[in-house]
Design a protein around this ligand. Sequence first.
Ligand code: TXA
Ligand code: MG
Length: 337
Amino acid sequence: MDTVLLSDSEANLLKAAKLIKDGNIVGIPTETVYGLGADASNEAAVRNIFAAKGRPADNPLIVHLADFSHAVKYTSSIPQLAYRLAERFCPGPLTMVLPKNDSIPMVTSGGLDTVGIRVPSHPVMHRIIELSGCPIAAPSANTSGYPSPTSAAHVMNDMNGKVAAVVDGGESEFGVESTVIAIEGESTVRILRPGCITREMLLELCDEVIIDHAILNELAAGEKAASPGMKYKHYSPKADIVMVEGDLDSFIDYVSKHDPENTFSLIYDEDGEKFPYRYMTYGGTSLQQAHLIFAKLRELDEIGAEKVFVRAPSKDGVGLAVYNRLIRAAGFEVIRI
Ligand code: TXA
Ligand code: MG
């Protein structure tokens, strides 16, 4: 299949929307990461998404809508708290897991009776949903297991020849995928995947926010995942990633004792001046680190890095999202010094 790279002109957005309506898959930009979009109600199209990514069939897709008010068409009930959260955070990087109805096929929900609903804020994505008139199922547009794409070039790298088109909407603003939550009872939120809508932001609208155990911990053999995505190896570049937690001096000391001439380090912007070995930086603040992390992991592969020490990010606020992606990229290999 020839994959066409489209600019974000209105004529091209119409083209992309028509491709989706006709049952094709298209790479589309969102404010979090790029997605691989298809009509969520078209089973054949959704199967093609799983095939293009090499994604396990039990890992559900998020359904993207132009407005949260449309969620009633695809769900069987919506708690009051969901409406309050939607009022504050939609459109934006939040996905709410809600009970689905029959208009969402089981292929889309990975066999679950729930569906993740998200209303993206990226104007290109928003326009494509509107023009297609479809609920759009879209996982991140990477090959399964590889870091998520934050540019059209990343998507072309993974999906060229496998999808009908990729729409270039510029670099993704946030850089990590949406915060995925489930609602429990009247006023409790469980975070299934951390993102740029943080625990603190959610706490402004409910009584309790639980950080699911699997966000920072490897699931034990046989343990059931609240979100299927958490049980798979994720975000891993080819390089062997080791996360090292500690201050800069201890980090330097650790690297110095572990073959520094043949390794790369991924460190904070401000560490660069003092760092004596080969390195790349991934921002200073947590928001910057979220924006850069996936692009840097891909870049490390491009330069052929084989072993990479990453200076662990903070776990506060948006930092938790960065930490969650890195600990998976590292296969849970964390050195605490
Ligand atoms: O920001 C995002 O969410 C991006 C953009 C494209 O919107 N999409 C994305 O999709 O990250 P994906 O498929 O790569 O990740 C979705 C995650 C998976 O870990 C999946 O297991 C979880 O959300 N998920 C989806 N539906 C779910 C459900 N019904 N119950 C529990 N977890 C669900
Ligand atoms: Mg993904």
